[in-house]
Design a protein around this ligand. Sequence first.
Ligand code: 3NM
Ligand code: MG
Length: 537
Amino acid sequence: MAVDYSLYLVTGRELLPPGKDFYETLDQALQGGVTVVQIREKTTDTGEFLEICQKSKSICDRYNVPLFVNDRVDIALAVGATGVHLGQTDMPISVARKLLPPNTIVGASCNNVGEVRKALTDGADYIGIGAVWATNTKALDKPLVGVRNVGAMLELLDGTSVQAVAIGGIKAHNLLRTMYGSVSRTGHPLNGVAVVSEIMASENPKDAAARLSNTLQTFRSGSAIPLALSFGTNVSTVDKITEQVASLMKHMKEVNPLVHQITNNVAIAQSANITISIGASPIMATTAAEMSDLARVCDGLLVNIGTLTHDAYAGMLEAGMMDISNIVRSLLKAEFWSGRSMNTNRKPIVFDPVGVGATEFRKRTVNELLNTWQTTVIKGNAGELAALSGSTEVESRGVDSVGAGFKDPVTFVRDLARRERKTDYVSDGKSVAILNNGHQYLGQITASGCITGSCVAAYCALASRIERSERREESKLVDGDVFVGAISGILVLNIAAEIAATRGNVEGPGTFFPALLDELARLTPEKVVQRVNIHLA
Ligand code: 3NM
Ligand code: MG
């Protein structure tokens, strides 16, 4: 029997809300779109476990949905289950195979690449990869996998027919991140996700299942994008990009987006000043306790890890979570009710992993942040992007990238963007825009990378504000185009730098910075159109 692993319900009777009946919950979950059910009982006696499986099987049969049994090969055999799921300390796969009828599906829990290799050797039909996120449903005795580490496990399944689901803490609000973030370098996606509490603990299991099922369809259709921002951009030519950049610029001062920036001590004042100069408003708050309030009023978030402290890190985690859950929740709600064009309340997160290669603490922190929320744009120098993607091609010294850079930056950036599903400097995973404006003085002042991040965040915030306003038509933007937003931020800064550097009174980096503020404040779309130097790869 071919099993559809898309939405895999693992039962947990102990999680039912008070007064809820198990079988009714199961039935409703199936109505909502669960595609496979595993009965999991950890403390139930054999007789009762058997009875639960028999009754559950007759319900699943009505929906033509296969039933698997956790751990107990004898019970699977007794009820004629389609499959069994075996943990690492359960019966070995080879022994279970001998006992079970041929064609019984056998799944294995895997926490790391070693366990995946073993499951392949032992002949598992599918693997459950977990725990991907933190969960209270099961006491975990192994480290969290983290969404960014799922891909390396999936890659081992290339060329086999072994299926894979992720498990652990998967909820409606992190499902898109789970799916996009898990795709391997080779393009191998998850076949589905397994959940316990998101459905079992719900007052309305049918809706809970339907929400997950809809989100999976959205992922598979490729139509929606983690934040419904940017991917699938229609930008095809340099002229079109330039036109959109100019259009965004025209709106900046009147829209005046509020850009929340958690940035480093070196850059705070520069970033705030630059943000004002380009026509946006900065707020530079770092404390976790104020993040939920800020997420409501701000139009975009910049997270820059330049002088990372434990406090700032707590704020970053919290801020991103707030944003992401607002965004994804509204996306899902709208998606649920009214199809595709529901892009309300989307807020971009721009992430600047400054010096990520420099210390273990930064590496760990960045990994954790990227395992927690979905950023919209990653901005980094070559060394940072290399460290982020595990490449050793470019090295960093402290926060600076050294050497000649990537041999093939276009391919590198496109691949990274595809894997992380973010816009980059500047790629959406399809097009790569190569921006050639700028001036060497930018490299001679501190925080020029950080202020680039501020400009990118401001323009992404603007793009997402415009996209959900009545200015949309006139702006000529395609859906919430953060690809163009990112390009605009970089272009505006680099072109203002070119103009500032050639002013008569600018003699070097010291006089350059105030001139840069001046030129940013009076930069016009016309000047940008005149000087723009982009090509597409
Ligand atoms: N197995 P929830 S995590 C049953 O890591 C189970 O193998 C896990 O529950 C593993 O969806 C887990 O409520 C519990 O977080 C998942
Ligand atoms: Mg077990």
